[in-house]
Design a binder for this molecule. Sequence first.
Ligand code: DGI
Ligand code: FE
Ligand code: FE
Length: 190
Amino acid sequence: MMYDNFKKILKSRLDEKRYYHSLCVADEAKRLAEKIGVDTQKAYLAGLLHDITKNAPCEEHLQIFTQFGIILNDIEKNTQKLWHAISGTAYIEHILGVSDPEILDAVRYHTTAKADMSPLCLVLYLADFTSRDRDYPDVDIMRGLVDLSFSKALIYALQYTIKDLTERKKAIHFDTLAAFNFAVTSEGNN
Ligand code: DGI
Ligand code: FE
Ligand code: FE
């Protein structure tokens, strides 16, 4: 089996559901990567590791931020849901020794997305929405869109996220907004 060591570490860090989610996102990232000619091994590894600090207690995130000199902005400080993308990237770089900048970038932006994402970054962002373990009201629409057009799927995912956040009166990160603005203004180009 590929990446057995990483899977062992992942299993020790995550609850069963989150471990299964990681395996499913890895498979889906590989499938989506194939469709657009992205390196499938990189996509699989990014999917496998993307939520590695998702079950970490508050103190561990903060310890990682301190250890690696990571400064959060005000929205990030107040939104714990965003922490695992930031701490997870530092964890896989500095503790697991993953040095591929594209993988690190994809994990870093897997929660908010950002403007002008690399193909690998986009693949991971979408795979997190369409993996086979996912179950939310619009999942079938998302799965249909992802097989039709990555750019349409991206717009739908961001629209869904932003709508949900505003309805729940949650702060929207600048990267999420920038991702949406970029996606809707570049749609005609791809
Ligand atoms: O870690 P997962 O559950 O697999 O998925 P994820 O890393 O994409 O996290 C999804 C959560 O992140 C979801 O509850 C919405 C939240 N989120 C994404 N962008 C933003 C955000 N939350 C806030 N407050 N602001 C954002 O811009
Ligand atoms: Fe996540
Ligand atoms: Fe995830």
